[in-house]
Design a protein around this ligand. Structure first.
Ligand code: ADP
Ligand code: MG
Length: 279
C-alpha cells in the first residue's frame, strides 16, 4: 500500500482514525526542515499498512522563548488542532502530542502545498501593485527607502482563520503559514506560540477590524463556549492534557469577548500587531 491521503478525512470517525494513526504510528525521519525556528523534522509515519508523511517537532528541540514556558510548544500545536477541529474551522492539519524517535513532540499530518499559493493569500508589495479587493493592513518602509504594504485577500476562509487566531491568541501568524493544498483548501501551520494567557495576537490578518463577525463564526464560537463550559466535554478533556487551567480559561474568555462584541477585534497586545517579516 502506498501513501494514503489522511488529510482528506472528513467524518468524525475518519478523523478519530487519523489521530490514532498519528499517535501510535512509528516515524522514520526523512530530514530536517531548514526554515523552522525549532527542530522540525519531516518523516514518514507507518502503522500497519498505513503510511503517511508527517511533521514531527520534538519537545527537546524547542528553542527557549522568554515569554512562553519551556517545553510547551508541541502541546500548544496539538491544542490549536483540537480547537480548530472542535470549532469546525478545519484549518490546522490533524495534530497530536505523541512519542517519536526523539521523544515526545507534536506529530502533524504533512500537507502537500500548491506552489506559490501562499502569495495569493497574503503578500508584501508596492502600494501601486495592490490588487483590487485586497485589504491593506500595514505600511512599512524598507531599508532602501521604498514603501511597501502588507496586504491580504478578502476571502471568507481567511476571515475565518482570523477568528480562529483570535481564539488561540496566535502570536505568530505569518503569510507563509497560510497555504492552499492542491484541492484549494486553506491550511494554517505553526501554532506553537498560541494559547498564552496574556494578549499576544500577532498576525497579518487585520483586514476586517471592526466588522461584524459572519453568522457561521458566531455559531462555532457559541458551540465552543458550550463545550468549554463543562469539564465533561471531549474538547475540555483534550485541552486539560495540553494547556494549564488558566490557559483554558483564557480561551473561554476570548471566545466570550468575541460573542459579546460580535466584531473582529482591533490589535490590543503590547507587542507589535504584525509579525516581521510578515511572510
Ligand atoms: N503540516 C505541514 N505540512 C506541510 N508543511 C508544513 C507543515 N507544518 C509546517 N510546514 C512547513 O515546515 C516548515 C517549518 O515549520 P514551522 O511550523 O515553521 O516550524 P517551527 O515551529 O520550528 O517554526 C515551514 O516551511 C512550514 O511551511
Ligand atoms: Mg516557524
Amino acid at each position: 500500500m502506498g501513501t494514503v491521503n489522511l488529510v482528506a478525512a472528513s467524518t468524525q470517525e475518519e478523523l478519530a482514525l487519523v489521530l490514532d494513526v498519528l499517535t501510535f504510528g512509528e516515524i522514520e525521519i526523512e530530514g530536517r526542515l531548514a526554515d523552522a525556528s525549532n527542530v522540525a523534522l519531516r518523516g514518514e509515519l507507518a502503522l500497519g499498512d498505513i503510511r503517511t508523511r508527517v511533521i514531527y517537532k520534538p519537545v527537546r528541540g524547542e528553542r527557549s522563548l522568554w515569554d512562553f514556558p519551556d517545553g510547551t510548544l508541541a502541546a500548544r500545536e496539538a491544542a490549536a488542532f483540537a480547537l480548530s477541529a472542535a470549532g469546525g474551522w478545519n484549518l490546522v492539519p490533524p495534530t497530536v502530542l505523541a512519542d517519536g524517535p526523539l521523544g515526545p513532540g507534536s506529530v502533524q499530518l504533512w500537507v502537500e502545498v500548491a506552489e506559490g499559493a501562499s502569495r495569493s493569500l497574503v503578500d508584501v508589495l508596492a502600494p501601486a501593485d495592490l490588487a483590487p479587493g485586497w485589504l491593506p493592513v500595514f505600511e512599512a518602509q524598507l531599508a532602501d527607502g521604498s514603501d511597501v504594504v502588507v496586504a491580504h485577500a478578502d476571502r471568507p476562509e481567511l476571515a475565518s482563520a482570523a477568528v480562529f487566531d483570535v481564539v488561540i491568541n496566535n502570536a505568530d501568524r505569518k503569510g507563509s503559514h497560510l497555504v492552499l493544498d492542491q484541492s484549494g483548501s486553506l491550511w494554517g501551520f505553526d501554532h506553537g506560540v498560541g494559547c498564552h494567557v496574556e494578549p499576544k495576537l500577532r498576525t497579518v490578518l487585520w483586514g476586517w477590524v471592526g466588522q461584524r463577525l459572519p453568522e457561521a463564526e458566531l455559531a462555532r464560537l457559541d458551540a465552543l463556549a458550550g463545550w468549554l463550559s463543562t469539564s465533561a466535554s471531549p474538547l475540555s478533556q483534550t485541552l486539560e492534557l495540553l494547556l494549564s487551567p488558566a490557559e483554558i480559561q483564557a480561551v473561554s474568555g476570548r471566545i466570550a469577548g468575541l460573542l459579546a462584541t460580535k466584531r473582529f477585534p482591533a490589535p490590543n497586545s503590547r507587542g507589535p500587531a504584525v509579525p516581521w517579516p510578515p511572510l
